[in-house]
Design a binder for this molecule. Sequence first.
Ligand code: CA
Length: 226
Amino acid sequence: MGAKILLIEDEEKLARFVELELTYEGYEVTKAYNGRTGGELAQSGRFDLILLDIMLPELNGMEVLRRLRRASSVPVIMLTARDGVTDKVAGLDLGADDYITKPFAIEELLARIRTALRKSAPAARENEVLSAQNVSLDLKRHTVTVGGQAVELTKREFDLLHYLLKNKGIVVTRESLMENVWDFDFDGGTNAVDVYIRFLRGKLDEAFDIKLIHTVRGVGYVIKDE
Ligand code: CA
């Protein structure tokens, strides 16, 4: 199978057309018609590239990109209907890899997709596996192992561990965990963080008798390598 592409575009006819062309080229395409669903899918880590419209219902493309970039370096190509430079500059500032102005020739989009995928390939490989002590998290396979032994985590636990590992050695506040791990759909308090830290500790620290997740009283949590 070819690279997995997420297309976030509310114009269904255009989305359908792009999907057909990309599928024909051997890519595996998933479509989302609004920013909220698209943003959640984008953060799943399942895609090799995101095509992101700017004017979207529920959550606009800029906001989707801003949230996505807190945790992911997946290549993003913005699809913009306007030719004003403001959107392009703002998109690139927020970490988009490229943009293409609608209407576009499909050949041009294909060329930009190939370029973005080529550029991202080495970096993606480097960041595929995060580890601390004998704990490894594989983003592509979506697996966690301790000393080579697989551990079953829920999506939320996995995301939480991923964020802590990315910030290994740095104390992460509850607020920042709340914002980066719960992001789209949560409006509860930060004690949810403590609850999920307890779940993670149960499955990692306690189950394997290691000291991975440390509490920094009154501040937050940190994963240490030693
Ligand atoms: Ca649109």
